[in-house]
Ligand binder design. Structure first.
Ligand SMILES: [Cu+2]
Length: 500
């Protein structure tokens, strides 16, 4: 039996389990045993990893089902009826029971702001300051942030908490902090001198309020130029009652744009054009992938904190539900299924989906100019001395040949205003990309694909998730990808990645 026939067999078993309301686990295990077949061989493919041939399975002791009304959490599927609550997995719960509380919020590449309980109040210390942020390996930019980070560290609280945020200004100029979206006493709104006096350099202000809301909020400076320099951070409020259906993962991504001229490290906030793009303060491929398990329910909260650019946000290989915005959780009757959703400036959107399609899926802004850095006319050959693009455009027959060996001066493709070839990276910079656990087993040339406002959602079968995220076993580049092709794709058409 081929790998695909095995899967069909498994999924058939899964649907019977759902139909007769039997806990799917025992049947799924039977299916896993049936699947224990030899794999097609590919001499170039990395060795099998994890538990080769492992079939998708429900975790031990779970009460959730593998399939509901024609929608499977283990394979791409739509469901039988758009009016069903389980169409496209709309109300399908994750593995994590609601009783376990909300899934911890995770913003890749950002830390959380610590707090201590003082007289029944959660007290945070927030320090606006000039910081250096490594956008790409070796590219350190001078930006504004909080507590050494840009964006600032995440404030994470529960609905009903009272919070006290002690803000001590280490910027060389006045600042204000606005708690975006909170219905709080006006004196703490941080709306510059409309509501308070400036926090002077070295000065401190205490903000204190009850949080009766729940949802996706953020804090930011209320000085426009400081916002353009990066002063923003998450302020996540978990609901008293876990949102239904519960999720297993709760990721957060802050999208920002900066105009930083070549050889400069400081953003030009006057520019109407933007040359550097960051997700949680990193540009692709330094954006750290989000990693989840096959079959989980995943939430991604996405904040657009660009000065003036909107972002059509696209996830490959899945269809997500838009379950809320920065205002509030939307009632499920208002959810919309999409695979691309526009997030405007200072808006946040919550996406939820069942990760039913294993693989490394790109998650990105679909604006062409945001898919790589320096997609602007101020950068590249056009502004270099004695270089005029028009001479290449005038006559295509005499256009100099492109040097695809990538050596010598002709390496700069004539006629292209940008360095379309990608960025040159040193071995140390490449190692920086691969040092992250989250990238283990991805294709060797994945960094060429992930640029600007791009990151990756990795959907890994349980055994591969444990291999990548929890074990110290070495994992060859491409091994996890190859294994997923073996199990879920067409191994006979497997393509090996050239080593970088
Ligand atoms: Cu964009």
């Amino acid at each position: 039996m081929s790998n695909r026939d095995d899967r069909r067999q498994f999924l058939k078993v899964g649907s019977i389990a759902a139909a007769v309301s039997v806990a799917g686990n025992a049947l799924a295990q039977d299916a896993a045993q049936q699947q224990n077949q030899p794999l097609p061989e590919d001499p170039k493919a990395p060795e099998p990893v994890g538990q080769p041939n492992a079939a998708p399975d429900l975790p031990e002791g779970t009460e959730v089902e593998a399939e509901m009304e024609g929608f499977s959490r283990f394979k791409p599927s739509r469901g039988n009826d758009p009016d069903s609550p389980y169409y496209l997995g709309k109300m399908m719960p994750g593995f994590r029971p609601a009783a376990a509380g909300p899934a911890p919020f995770e913003a890749p590449d950002l830390t959380k702001l610590p707090w201590k309980m003082v007289d029944g109040v959660k007290e945070f210390h927030l320090v606006p300051q000039a910081v250096q942020r490594e956008f790409l390996p070796g590219y350190f930019m001078n930006v504004y942030g909080y507590n050494g980070s840009m964006p600032g560290p995440t404030i994470e609280v529960n609905q009903g908490d009272r919070v006290r945020i002690v803000v001590t200004n280490e910027l060389p100029e006045d600042t204000f902090v606005h708690w975006h979206g909170f219905e709080l006493p006006v004196q703490y709104d941080g709306a510059a001198t409309l509501t308070q006096n400036p926090i002077k350099p070295g000065g401190t202000m205490v903000y204190e309020f009850d949080v009766h809301e729940e949802g996706t909020f953020f804090y930011h400076s209320h000085v426009a130029m400081q916002e353009a320099f990066g002063q923003v951070g998450w302020f996540i409020v978990h609901p008293r009652k876990v949102f239904n259906p519960p999720v297993d993962r709760d990721f957060g991504l802050i999208f920002q744009n900066f105009h930083i001229d070549p050889t400069q490290t400081v953003s030009d906030s006057w520019a109407m054009d933007w040359s550097w793009h960051t997700i949680n303060g990193r540009s692709g491929p330094l954006t750290t992938p989000m990693v989840c398990k096959h079959g989980e329910r995943v939430r991604v909260r996405l904040l657009n904190f660009a000065p003036m650019q909107h972002h059509p946000i696209h996830l490959h290989g899945h269809t997500f539900w838009v379950t809320g915005h920065e205002g509030a959780r939307a009632p499920s009757t208002a959810w919309i299924p999409r695979n691309n959703s526009l997030v405007g400036v200072a808006q946040a959107t919550d996406f939820e989906f069942i990760a039913n399609n294993p693989g490394d899926w790109i998650f990105h802004c679909h604006m062409i100019h945001h898919m790589m850095n320096h997609m602007v006319r101020q950068v590249g050959p056009r502004i270099r001395e004695n270089v005029n693009v028009d001479r290449y455009r005038a006559d295509t027959t005499t256009r100099p040949a492109v040097d695809f060996t990538r050596q010598g001066p002709a390496w700069d493709t004539p006629g292209y205003p940008q360095k379309m070839q990608g960025m040159e990276r040193t071995m140390a910079q490449m190692q920086r990309l691969w040092q992250r656990r989250e990238t283990r087993g991805m294709r060797a040339n994945y960094p060429m694909a992930v640029k600007g406002l791009m990151t990756v959602m990795r959907v890994l079968p349980d055994d591969l998730y444990r291999l990548v995220m929890e074990s110290d076993q070495p994992v060859e580049k491409g091994a996890v990808f190859a294994e997923i092709v073996r199990r879920f794709g067409d191994p006979e058409r497997y393509q090996d990645a050239p080593p970088m």
